[in-house]
Write a protein that binds this ligand. Structure first.
Ligand code: ZN
Length: 95
C-alpha cells in the first residue's frame, strides 16, 4: 500500500518534470524561430500620450508624464522653464 502511494507520487512528480521540460523546450524553439529582437519592428510604434490640442509636449521631470504646455503647471528655475502634471510634482521638484 505504501509502495503504491510512493509510486503514485513519483509518477506525478516525473510527469510534472517532463511537462516543464517540454514547456521550456517549446519556448526555446519559439524564441529560436521568433527572436524578440526581430519581433520589435513588427510591433506597434509606442503610442504618443493623449494630450489636449494646442501646446507643446513636455516631460514632467518628477513622474515622467508627458503634458501639454498649454495645461501644465510651469515653474521657472535657473533660466529654464519646467512643466509639471500637477502641483504635487512641482512641489516635489522644489524639494
Ligand atoms: Zn507629474
Amino acid at each position: 500500500m505504501l509502495r503504491a502511494l510512493a509510486y503514485l507520487i513519483a509518477t506525478v512528480l516525473v510527469i510534472g518534470v517532463i511537462r516543464s521540460i517540454i514547456g521550456i523546450v517549446l519556448k526555446g524553439f519559439a524564441d529560436l524561430f521568433h527572436p524578440p529582437s526581430q519581433n520589435a519592428p513588427s510591433q506597434k510604434v509606442p503610442r504618443t500620450p493623449a494630450v489636449p490640442v494646442g501646446g507643446e509636449l513636455k516631460k514632467d521631470p518628477v513622474c515622467g508624464t508627458f503634458i501639454s504646455t498649454a495645461t501644465a503647471i510651469q515653474k521657472k528655475a535657473g533660466g529654464e522653464t519646467y512643466y509639471f502634471c500637477s502641483a504635487d510634482c512641482r512641489d516635489k521638484f522644489r524639494g
